[in-house]
Design a protein around this ligand. Sequence first.
Ligand SMILES: *[C@@H]1O[C@H](CO)[C@@H](O)[C@H](O)[C@H]1NC(C)=O
Ligand SMILES: *[C@@H]1O[C@H](CO)[C@@H](O)[C@H](O)[C@H]1NC(C)=O
Ligand SMILES: *[C@@H]1O[C@H](CO)[C@@H](O)[C@H](O)[C@H]1NC(C)=O
Ligand SMILES: *[C@@H]1O[C@H](CO)[C@@H](O)[C@H](O)[C@H]1NC(C)=O
Ligand SMILES: *[C@@H]1O[C@H](CO)[C@@H](O)[C@H](O)[C@H]1NC(C)=O
Ligand SMILES: *[C@@H]1O[C@H](CO)[C@@H](O)[C@H](O)[C@H]1NC(C)=O
Ligand SMILES: *[C@@H]1O[C@H](CO)[C@@H](O)[C@H](O)[C@H]1NC(C)=O
Ligand SMILES: *[C@@H]1O[C@H](CO)[C@@H](O)[C@H](O)[C@H]1NC(C)=O
Ligand SMILES: *[C@@H]1O[C@H](CO)[C@@H](O)[C@H](O)[C@H]1NC(C)=O
Ligand SMILES: *[C@@H]1O[C@H](CO)[C@@H](O)[C@H](O)[C@H]1NC(C)=O
Ligand SMILES: *[C@@H]1O[C@H](CO)[C@@H](O)[C@H](O)[C@H]1NC(C)=O
Ligand SMILES: *[C@@H]1O[C@H](CO)[C@@H](O)[C@H](O)[C@H]1NC(C)=O
Length: 354
Amino acid sequence: MQSESVMAALSVLTVNMLLSLFFPAAVSADLADCGTTKPLLHITAPGRMEALSGSCLQIPCTYDSTDTSYDSNKPIYGVWRKGFWNKNTIFHSDGSVKIYPLNITGDLKKKNCTTLFLDLNTTYSDKYFFRIESKKFKASACADSVQITVKDSAWSPSINISGDVKDLKEKESVSISCSAWTPCPLSPPELTWSLQQDSQRQTETNPDGTFTSKIQENMTLSDTHDGSNITCSVRYPVDGGKRNKTAETNLTLSVSYAPKDTSASISPSGLVSAGSWVELSCSSRAKPPVRTFTWFRNCTGGPVNVSEGHVYNFSVTEGGKFYCVAVNNLGNQTSSVISLKVKNKNLIWMGILA
Ligand SMILES: *[C@@H]1O[C@H](CO)[C@@H](O)[C@H](O)[C@H]1NC(C)=O
Ligand SMILES: *[C@@H]1O[C@H](CO)[C@@H](O)[C@H](O)[C@H]1NC(C)=O
Ligand SMILES: *[C@@H]1O[C@H](CO)[C@@H](O)[C@H](O)[C@H]1NC(C)=O
Ligand SMILES: *[C@@H]1O[C@H](CO)[C@@H](O)[C@H](O)[C@H]1NC(C)=O
Ligand SMILES: *[C@@H]1O[C@H](CO)[C@@H](O)[C@H](O)[C@H]1NC(C)=O
Ligand SMILES: *[C@@H]1O[C@H](CO)[C@@H](O)[C@H](O)[C@H]1NC(C)=O
Ligand SMILES: *[C@@H]1O[C@H](CO)[C@@H](O)[C@H](O)[C@H]1NC(C)=O
Ligand SMILES: *[C@@H]1O[C@H](CO)[C@@H](O)[C@H](O)[C@H]1NC(C)=O
Ligand SMILES: *[C@@H]1O[C@H](CO)[C@@H](O)[C@H](O)[C@H]1NC(C)=O
Ligand SMILES: *[C@@H]1O[C@H](CO)[C@@H](O)[C@H](O)[C@H]1NC(C)=O
Ligand SMILES: *[C@@H]1O[C@H](CO)[C@@H](O)[C@H](O)[C@H]1NC(C)=O
Ligand SMILES: *[C@@H]1O[C@H](CO)[C@@H](O)[C@H](O)[C@H]1NC(C)=O
C-alpha cells in the first residue's frame, strides 16, 4: 500500500531547481562555431557541465562519424581543444600534448570518448572541442562544444518529495530524497540530513551519463511533521581530500491533518444554580483549521445536534451529556464528554467525564 501511494504521486517538486541546469534536454549542435567548415565528426556529450575547483570532472562522451575514410582498425587518437575548435590543443592522446591533467578513459575504438579532467581550477572554465585523429581521418566536432564552468563553491543539494509538496496530508506515504550533482564519480560528495542517518544511499547514473548522489527515505506523514525542517548537507572532498566544500538546503514541511486534541471545557465548573447560563467551549488543533464545531447532546434516541460553533451557551436546567465534534476537510474528532448532573432542585454539577 505504501509503494502504491508513492507511485501514484506523479508530480514532484524539486525544491532546488539548480540541478536542471546540468541536464540540458539535448546537446544543441552549434554550427556557428564551425564557420564555413562542415562538421565531419559529432559527439554526444552534455553541452554544459559544471565542475568544482580542486575536484575532477568526468565528461560522458561518444562520437560518431559519417566520413568513409574513418577506419577503426587504424590507431585512433583523441584531442581536446580549448576555446576554439581549430587551435589551442590542451591534450593529445598520442602523448604529445598534455597541458591539462586529463585523460580519455573511454575506448576510442568503441567510439567512446569519455574524458576525465583530474583536477580543475577556475581558469579551466571554457568551451572545449573534441577531435579525432587517425592516419587518414582527422576531424573536429566543431558543432558539439562542451561548455565547462568551474565553480569555487559547492552546489546546494536538492530535496525532492514524491507527491505534491504543497498538498501533503497525514497518513500519506512519501519518499523523500536529497540529491547532489556529482561531477567527479571518483570522489563523490557525502550527503547527510536531519532525517534517519541509515537512509538508503546511492550514486545514480543520469540518462546523459552524468552522475547524481542521493539519499532517500520513505516515511508516513503525520501531524508531527507539519512545520518540521529537513536540512540536507553535502560535503565535496577537494584537493585530494585535504579540504571539503559544503552546502546545505532546508525544506520546511507543510502537512495537513484532521483535528487533533479536541477537547471540551466548561465555565463555570462545579456546582451552579439551576437556570444560570453556562458556556461549553470546544478547542482543537487542525490544518486547515477546524471548519465547524458541532455540539451534541447524548439522548436516549442517540446524539442530538444542539449547537454549532466552538462555544455553546445555554441556560442549564437539567442534566445531560454533551460533547463536541471538530471537523475539517480531512476528518473529524470527537471531544471528551461533559456531564451535567442535578444535585438537588437548585444545584447542578458540571464536570468532565474521562
Ligand atoms: C522506498 O519506496 C520505494 C518504492 O516505494 C522503494 O523502491 C525503495 O526501496 C524504498 N526505500 C527505502 C529506503 O525503503
Ligand atoms: C590516464 O589513464 C591511463 C590508463 O587509463 C593511466 O595509466 C594514466 O596514469 C592516466 N593518467 C593520469 C594523469 O591519471
Ligand atoms: C565509456 O567509457 C567509460 C569508461 O571511461 C565507461 O564508464 C562508459 O560506460 C563507456 N560508455 C559507453 C557508452 O560504453
Ligand atoms: C590552474 O591550473 C593551471 C594549469 O594547470 C595552473 O597553471 C594555474 O596555476 C592554476 N591556477 C590556480 C589558481 O590554481
Ligand atoms: C525528483 O524525483 C523525481 C521522481 O522520483 C525524479 O524524476 C527527479 O529527477 C528527481 N529530481 C531530482 C533533482 O533528483
Ligand atoms: C524551520 O526553519 C525556518 C527557517 O528556515 C525557521 O523559521 C523555523 O523556526 C524552523 N522550524 C523548526 C521547527 O526548526
Ligand atoms: C572533511 O569532512 C570529513 C567528514 O566530515 C572530515 O572527517 C574531514 O576531517 C574533513 N576534512 C577537512 C580537511 O576538513
Ligand atoms: C537551514 O536551517 C538551519 C537551522 O534550521 C540554519 O542554521 C541554516 O542557516 C539554514 N540554511 C539555509 C541555507 O537556509
Ligand atoms: C451516548 O449514548 C449512547 C446511546 O445513545 C451510548 O451508547 C453512549 O455510551 C453514550 N455516551 C456517553 C458518553 O454517555
Ligand atoms: C447541526 O445543526 C445545525 C443547525 O441546525 C446545522 O446547520 C448543521 O448542519 C448540523 N450539523 C450536523 C453535523 O448535523
Ligand atoms: C456566552 O455567554 C456569556 C455570558 O454568560 C457571554 O459573556 C458570552 O459572550 C457568550 N458567548 C457567546 C459566544 O455567545
Ligand atoms: C466523522 O468521520 C466519520 C468517518 O471517519 C464519519 O463517518 C462521520 O460521519 C463523521 N462525523 C461528522 C460529524 O462529520
